[in-house]
Design a protein around this ligand. Structure first.
Ligand SMILES: *[C@@H]1O[C@H](CO)[C@@H](O)[C@H](O)[C@H]1NC(C)=O
Ligand SMILES: *[C@@H]1O[C@H](CO)[C@@H](O)[C@H](O)[C@H]1NC(C)=O
Ligand SMILES: *[C@@H]1O[C@H](CO)[C@@H](O)[C@H](O)[C@H]1NC(C)=O
Ligand SMILES: *[C@@H]1O[C@H](CO)[C@@H](O)[C@H](O)[C@H]1NC(C)=O
Ligand SMILES: *[C@@H]1O[C@H](CO)[C@@H](O)[C@H](O)[C@H]1NC(C)=O
Length: 354
């Protein structure tokens, strides 16, 4: 193994908070390797340069403060980490000369905008992690050559709106993480061309409504994270285009109404989380399509933390609960809020004594 450059120890307190499990795992691996190389050669790691770990597949380069960012990265770089620098901008030609780059981790900087040319030199890029920056928008055309990108993480930025044109070119995108932004609405047609999407994370935004066509683009969505928003109604047609959906997270919203047909056709659902909402009742027929013998909600469901009114309107839910109680989470926190006579009783007790 050739050692081209060495780097400082990244064991700063911030390191342990790194959101990128992958990259932090990688840095630990790199660090261990580095120390073994450094001690074998009697070299003190140089705190001012990035760590470079060559492999037969290309180099992994990892830069953390106080390293100085080089003007050029090794031309065989496939994996690049530039985290915790508080960078507000990247030069448009930052990635010039690293045409084999497959993963780019830029989390925990202060990036406010990106050049539309940034990704042009790296058409093989598969993973782009921009967690914890200060992005309020993306430039249209950013992904025009990013047909290989399968994971895009924009978690914990400052996005208030999105434009469909920002996502143009993402033919292979399987995982889109927009959690922890300030999104209040989404435009129609947002995912119209993002057909390969399997995981969509919109959790912890401020969404009050969703466009009804939101899920019409992806052909086979598996996980949908909508928890931690302000949704009030789950409408009839939203989930209909995704019969293969397996995980649906809707906790910590303000849902007071779920349309009777909202879950119709979801025969692959393994997990449903409706906890911490404002549900007092649910319409008849809502549950009939769920928990079919073929796919029996195997990872469970949670309807706790709702102010259930335990009257005859819940008969349908009661039957379903009794039949599926093995898969019920938080039974002890799933209680009647009304009528007075049943207040505090668990929904399961109410169902079983019904
Ligand atoms: C190199 O790439 C191959 C195929 O993608 C992978 O199986 C292998 O683990 C990689 N080796 C290193 C050292 O990263
Ligand atoms: C980045 O900003 C944080 C918070 O202001 C600060 O604690 C940290 O030292 C800064 N890091 C660098 C490399 O400037
Ligand atoms: C989606 O694809 C269609 C057909 O290729 C194209 O006309 C349209 O501009 C694309 N829209 C977006 C937002 O990518
Ligand atoms: C529901 O809210 C309670 C109290 O705020 C919290 O402890 C619990 O973790 C939440 N449940 C879920 C599934 O988010
Ligand atoms: C169930 O909840 C009640 C009241 O919230 C609490 O007092 C009790 O300890 C809980 N029981 C279990 C088994 O968690």
């Amino acid at each position: 193994m050739e050692k081209r450059e060495a780097i400082m120890s990244p064991w700063s307190p911030e390191r342990s908070q790194s959101p990128g499990g992958l990259s932090s795992h990688l840095s630990k691996t790199l660090l261990l390797l580095l120390f073994s190389v450094a001690s074998a050669q009697g070299v003190t790691p140089d705190r001012d340069t990035c760590l470079v770990f060559p492999s037969s597949n290309g180099s992994s380069v990892s830069c953390h403060p106080p390293a100085k960012l080089p003007h050029h990265f090794p031309s065989d770089t496939v994996h690049l980490v530039v985290e915790f620098f508080n960078l507000t901008q990247l030069r448009p030609d930052t990635l010039q000369g690293v045409s084999n780059l497959q993963e780019l981790h830029l989390s925990t900087n202060q990036l406010e905008s990106l050049s539309p040319k940034l990704l042009l030199p790296v058409p093989l890029l598969k993973v782009l992690d921009l967690t914890r920056n200060a992005l309020t928008q993306l430039p249209p055309g950013l992904f025009r050559v990013s047909a290989a990108l399968h994971t895009l993480v924009l978690k914990e930025n400052r996005l208030e709106v999105l434009e469909p044109s920002w996502l143009c070119g993402l033919k292979a995108l399987g995982h889109l993480d927009l959690s922890g932004n300030h999104l209040q609405t989404l435009p129609p047609g947002l995912l119209a061309n993002v057909t390969a999407l399997r995981i969509l994370d919109l959790s912890n935004n401020q969404l009050k409504t969703l466009p009804l066509d939101l899920l019409r683009g992806p052909l086979q969505l598996e996980r949908l994270h909508l928890e931690g928003n302000r949704l009030q109604v789950l409408e009839e047609g939203l989930l209909a285009p995704q019969p293969g959906l397996r995980y649906l997270f809707l906790s910590d919203n303000k849902l007071a109404a779920v349309a009777a047909g909202a879950f119709r056709g979801l025969q692959q659902l393994d997990m449903l989380d409706l906890s911490n909402n404002s549900l007092t009742s649910v319409p008849k027929g809502l549950w009939t399509s769920l928990g079919q013998p073929t796919r029996d909600m195997e990872d469970g469901f949670d309807i706790s933390g709702n102010p259930w009114i335990c009257d005859h309107n819940l008969d349908d839910l009661y039957r379903w609960l009794v039949a599926n109680k093995d898969k019920m989470f938080s039974r002890n926190d799933t209680r009647c809020a009304r009528p007075e006579a049943l207040k505090g009783q668990t929904l399961l007790e109410a169902a079983e004594s019904h």
